[in-house]
Design a protein around this ligand. Structure first.
Ligand code: 13P
Length: 338
């Protein structure tokens, strides 16, 4: 493992104004996204959609890295250039989702655990050969009224994240460590903060125990936010304060960047909340984005599967990326949305 190289890759991904486009939807997830615009999900429609995203003019100013799905890393443009190569040529770092999804944790009703460690060392070596420079693994934490997540559910997910991160660094890939507390449910912001705190505490303990070097990784957490069904929603300054309190307590300053997931927030909310954090001061880590839905929702809406709409779809991606680039500097405001 060469720490300086890992650190340089991580820092390039979160360079000024830049963040990550999460385009690593698994086949069932991208099918759901395509269903919403009545586009059939085929190998070719998925390839074409990702090609549209990655050839959008001007996004390289705001997008430092793209997370791909296994299938996409093996696909090419119409003229036969590997999509990962296309990104690299534009100065955008390609990465790969390597987890195999969350399944119910046996004997812990309501808790989930992410699978994919079996054979991971070999898969990582192949992904590296195919051009990936970083990887992503997502742990999913549910909240219910009382017993979920269990302390053991948190431990099991933190352990798996650390096993994954160590394997990445061993082979020379930057791990993006993604512990996600879901927004589903009626819990309030305090409950989200308590669970996120427990989770981040456990994750960094396990990373340390597994000898993962903090300088050579990125963290992809949820923002601290009330559940979608909570009657009391929070303002951007409230979300920003609660999230920062949590991160300052549990995330070592050696971590080069924190790239939030959007998790079901609207595109404007995800941008506004990131903006509020960056407007509040300077922090030990770069505070950036790794959005899937919050970057792609306007693109899918503009595209509708039609070639005639490609330009509009690409403009939508560029605009959303630019707004998030502004949020990196605390220079976004909602009046820019129209
Ligand atoms: P969302 O921003 O849509 O939550 O997706 C980010 C991601 O990569 C989830 O794993």
């Amino acid at each position: 493992m060469n720490i300086d190289e890992l650190n340089a890759v991580a820092r390039a991904i979160v360079a000024p104004q830049k963040g990550v486009l999460a385009a690593d939807e698994s086949s069932p997830t991208i099918k759901k996204r395509f269903d919403s615009i009545k586009v059939e999900s085929t190998e070719e429609s998925r390839r074409r959609y990702r090609e549209i995203l990655f050839t959008s003019e001007g996004i390289e100013r705001y997008i430092g890295g793209v997370i791909l799905f296994d299938e996409t890393l093996r696909q090419t443009t119409r003229d036969g250039k590997p999509l990962a190569q296309l990104l690299s040529d534009r100065g955008i770092t390609p990465g790969i989702k390597v987890d195999k999804g969350a399944t119910p944790l046996a004997l812990f009703p309501g808790d989930k655990v992410t699978e994919g460690l079996d054979g991971l060392r070999e898969r990582l070596a192949e992904y590296k050969q195919l051009g990936a420079k970083f990887a992503k693994w997502r742990a999913v934490i549910n909240i219910d009224e009382r017993t979920v997540p269990s302390p053991f559910g948190i431990r099991a997910n933190a352990h798996a994240l650390a096993r994954y991160a160590a394997l990445c660094q061993e082979v020379g890939l930057v791990p993006i460590v993604e512990p996600e507390v879901l927004m589903d449910g009626a819990h309030d912001i305090d409950r989200c903060e308590a669970v996120t705190s427990q989770l981040l505490g456990a994750v960094f303990n396990e990373l340390d125990a597994h000898r993962v070097v903090f300088d050579g990784m990125l963290l992809k957490p949820n923002m601290v936010i009330p559940g979608l069904k909570c009657p009391e929603q929070a303002s951007a300054p409230e979300v920003a304060q609660a999230t920062l309190r949590c991160l300052l307590r549990y995330v070592p300053a050696a971590v080069p960047g924190i790239v939030f997931l959007s998790g079901g927030q609207s595109p404007a909310d995800a941008t506004d909340n990131l903006n509020a954090m960056n407007a509040m001061g300077r922090w030990p880590w770069q505070l950036s984005f790794s959005y899937g839905r919050a970057l792609q929702a306007p693109v899918l809406a503009a595209w509708q599967g039609k070639e005639a709409n490609v330009h509009a779809a690409q403009q939508a991606l560029r605009r959303r990326s630019e707004l998030n680039g502004l949020a990196r500097d605390g220079k976004y405001n909602r009046s820019m949305e129209t």
